[in-house]
Design a protein around this ligand. Structure first.
Ligand SMILES: C[S@@+](CC[C@H](N)C(=O)[O-])C[C@H]1O[C@@H](n2cnc3c(N)ncnc32)[C@H](O)[C@@H]1O
Length: 397
């Protein structure tokens, strides 16, 4: 899931061949063509080069690079606005059958445009030394944020690394979340997400987990795909004496561990596992908030949002029979956005439950209030504004 093999990037500068570790969170290959750019490079030239596939290694003032990135973003947006998307957006916002049929296309097209935008913007690069220090004029101290996000570099082996400004901005943003935390008002606490871990900035489902009645016996619970640890924290706070939380992503495990430690939770154990824990007692309750959209993730950062071929959803449902104790319950947190985007039907979801030998005991619903669901300039507003997030309480048939 995460890039593990070290890759290198090379470029010619002052008649010398330079070599540096290549860091890319989007798993982009090291660039084959690099030109040096600085404060004298115009945004139009930079945009043309980036669109042609050339990467731009920034040698000017740090803050001017940020402005160049914004200028590139505006050029991409202007081009996209002129494109087909605009027509499709108009069609998708008309509530008639023909326009509703355009929604899956619109979703895929929007993802393609986002991927293309990310590819172009990711071509603006900077070099940091092996301690993540930038030699650019007016560069801030990014070393702690990069170490937290990407891990330390091998200072004995490598003298520098090259990464995109976008990835650097992601690392700086994540460092801010990690320091300030995301307040979860209904719990009266903050969760501290790490870089690359699903951040519960939109957490309408927390109230569902507080409202659902625990099974009569609830000695052991699992939280499958724990991310920051949020659901496990809710269960521990509700008094479940043993909560076993799993995730595949090592960053999630480190993050959840930090959150549990901050809250001095002793009831929660962590396991790196593909879905279900091993060597664990049967569960009276299994909770899972899988990625909600059945589509292929295009980078490691998207694994918490997109579930290719609904693999996690199917795996959790199919495994319930083997892991639930008698009278146990599976609480599945799902939004129906996939249904509004016509990526899955309600009947297909119900068939997945039935195929796994599960029946619906009850369902709790809530309507998201986050900004995106209310943004009527979003091409997918029709789908997003109709979204409902549910806690499905499932039991073995
Ligand atoms: C949508 S996030 C939910 C995180 C957290 N439970 C919450 O509600 O905030 C899904 C999580 O599942 C994890 N995940 C994805 N596939 C997994 C698998 N096969 N086994 C364990 N965890 C997985 C991801 O790393 C991510 O942390």
């Amino acid at each position: 899931m995460l890039q593990t093999e070290k890759q290198y990037v090379q470029w010619q500068e002052n008649e010398t061949l330079h070599n540096a570790v290549w860091l890319s969170e989007s798993n982009h290959m090291p660039p084959a063509r690099i030109v040096l750019v600085d404060d004298t490079t115009t945004a139009d030239d930079a945009y043309r080069l980036a669109c042609e596939g050339t990467s731009l290694l920034w040698r000017g003032d740090f803050h001017n690079a940020r402005q160049l990135l914004q200028a590139l973003g505006r050029r991409i947006d202007r081009t996209n606005e002129r494109s087909e998307l605009r027509k499709m957006k108009k069609a998708a916002n008309k509530p008639n059958a023909a326009s509703v049929q355009g929604i899956p296309n619109l979703f895929h097209q929007q993802r393609q445009l986002q991927a293309q935008r990310s590819r172009i913007l990711s071509r603006l690069l900077l070099e940091l030394d092996a301690n993540y220090v930038s030699q650019l004029r007016r560069a801030p101290d990014v070393s702690a944020a990069c170490t937290a996000a990407f891990g330390p570099l091998d200072t004995a082996m490598d003298t520098s690394c090259v990464l995109s400004f976008r990835d650097l901005q992601g690392a700086l943003g994540a460092a801010g979340w990690r320091e300030k935390g995301v307040p979860i008002d209904s719990l009266g606490l903050s969760i501290f997400p790490h870089y690359g871990v699903f951040a519960p900035t939109r957490h309408e489902y927390v109230q569902l987990l507080l409202d659902a009645a625990l099974p009569d016996t609830c000695d052991v619970a699992y939280d499958i795909g724990t991310g920051t640890g949020l659901l496990a924290i809710i269960l521990a706070q509700r008094g479940v004496p043993q909560v076993i939380a799993t995730d595949l992503n090592p960053r999630a495990l480190a993050c959840a561990n930090e959150n549990f430690t901050r809250l001095e939770l002793t009831a929660v154990q962590l396991q790196q596992a593909d879905l279900y824990p091993t060597d664990a007692p049967l569960a009276n309750l299994i909770v899972c908030n899988p990625p909600w959209l059945p589509a292929k993730p295009s980078s490691s950062l998207e694994y918490a949002v997109y579930d290719a071929k609904s693999a996690m959803l199917r795996g959790v449902l199919q495994g319930a029979k083997q892991h639930l104790a008698e009278h146990g319950q599976l609480w599945l947190i799902m939004s129906d956005l996939a249904e509004h985007l016509q990526l899955r039907t309600r009947d297909e979801l119900l068939s997945l439950f039935a195929d796994a030998g599960l029946s619906v005991k009850y369902r709790l619903d809530t309507q998201p209030k986050h900004g995106r669901s209310q943004d009527d300039s979003d091409p997918l507003h029709v789908a997003r504004s109709a979204e409902v997030t549910s806690l499905w309480c499932l039991t073995l048939i």
